[in-house]
Design a protein around this ligand. Structure first.
Ligand SMILES: [Zn+2]
Ligand SMILES: [Zn+2]
Length: 321
């Protein structure tokens, strides 16, 4: 049995409605006239409200856009945060960190990245590594020396315009190198007006929470009780193991249920991923889980090529051990 990964992920599909859990849809990365975005903070907020989102972070560069400077509907949640840019002393490009649930500004550009992460965590916030593919981040060089991240942005709409929207290779590499599970976000990183139809409303994260507050949302995201999407809906993921003792031939299996998909892939840390693709659309798939895998995550691709990404599941503590 391989060493269990660190980092605990909560399966959002195991949190029942009967206990008051609900799904909220949101975008945690957007810009306004307070930095290099085109709409004002209120216009940015109104746009996401109008599109049926439940939560939003106005994550302007360098400085917090205060959530009490805009007016949101009562049931809409504003997560206060900023995109901070500490130096990268390891040789790569300057860092981009989406920092959530922040209360105090800091001079991040003059701070080493570890100090920024530590300060965000001290404030009760969470740091997500933003668009590492676009930033030409090398995980071994630029990220592994740092600790205290909450997770990674696996998809970024603005970066997709530049051909580097998806960072799943960085995600897998990071988890593999560090043997730690990280949850992922899909974000717009919206800068333009929505009329440009370029970088708004195309990447979002569904989070499973009991309370409609910024703190509850960020805590659930950091715990992995969420999934990221550009289109498909994930309806359920469950992992089951045979309870027959010593039965080597009955591995654990995972069942995924989702909106109509053309492909569902089970991507694990060990070599060889599994996928289902039948030529017709389908809504459920079951995967045998490899005995030597430490974790597995799932990707759903719909008819239009749009994707959803589950968070990773720890396989090392399963009953088969
Ligand atoms: Zn950025
Ligand atoms: Zn940004």
């Amino acid at each position: 049995m391989s060493a269990a990964p660190t980092g605990t992920i909560t399966n959002p599909f195991s949190l029942p409605d009967s206990e008051g859990y609900t799904w909220l849809k949101g975008n945690l990365h957007s810009h306004t006239t307070n930095s290099d975005g085109q709409p004002s903070p209120q216009e940015r907020l109104d746009g996401y409200v109008g599109q049926g989102y439940d939560y939003l972070c106005l994550s302007d560069h360098h400085e917090i856009t205060r959530i009490d400077t805009v007016q949101a509907p009562d049931d809409f949640v504003l997560v206060q945060g900023a995109e901070l840019h500490p130096d990268n002393p390891f040789g790569g490009q300057r860092h981009h960190f989406v920092c959530l649930n922040l209360s105090e500004d800091m001079d991040a550009e003059k701070m080493p990245p570890q100090h920024v992460i530590d300060e965000v965590n001290r404030q009760g916030g969470a740091v997500f590594l933003a668009h590492p593919h676009w930033s030409s981040i090398n995980v071994m060089r630029d990220v592994l020396p740092l600790t205290g991240f909450a997770g990674i942005e696996v998809f970024n709409t603005t970066c997709r315009c530049a051909g580097r929207g998806e960072s799943s290779v960085h995600w897998d590499d990071w988890m593999q190198q560090q043997n730690r599970l990280y949850p992922a976000l899909a974000n717009d990183d919206s800068h333009a007006l929505e009329s440009a139809r370029r970088d708004t409303y195309q990447g979002w994260t569904w989070v499973r929470v009991k309370e409609r507050t910024g703190a509850a949302i960020v805590a659930a995201l950091a715990a992995g009780a969420s999934y990221a999407s550009t289109g498909p809906e994930i309806r359920d993921i469950q992992i089951r193991c045979s309870d027959r003792e010593g039965d080597e031939k009955t591995p654990c299996e995972a069942t995924v249920a989702c909106s109509p998909a053309q492909r569902i892939a089970a991507i694990s840390d060990s070599t060889g991923t599994e996928y289902h693709q039948h030529g017709e659309l389908f809504e459920t798939a079951t995967f045998p889980l490899r005995a030597n895998s430490r974790w597995v995550r799932f990707e759903i691709v719909d008819q239009r090529g749009l994707k959803a990404w589950s968070n990773p599941f720890d396989l090392t503590g399963l009953a088969r051990a």
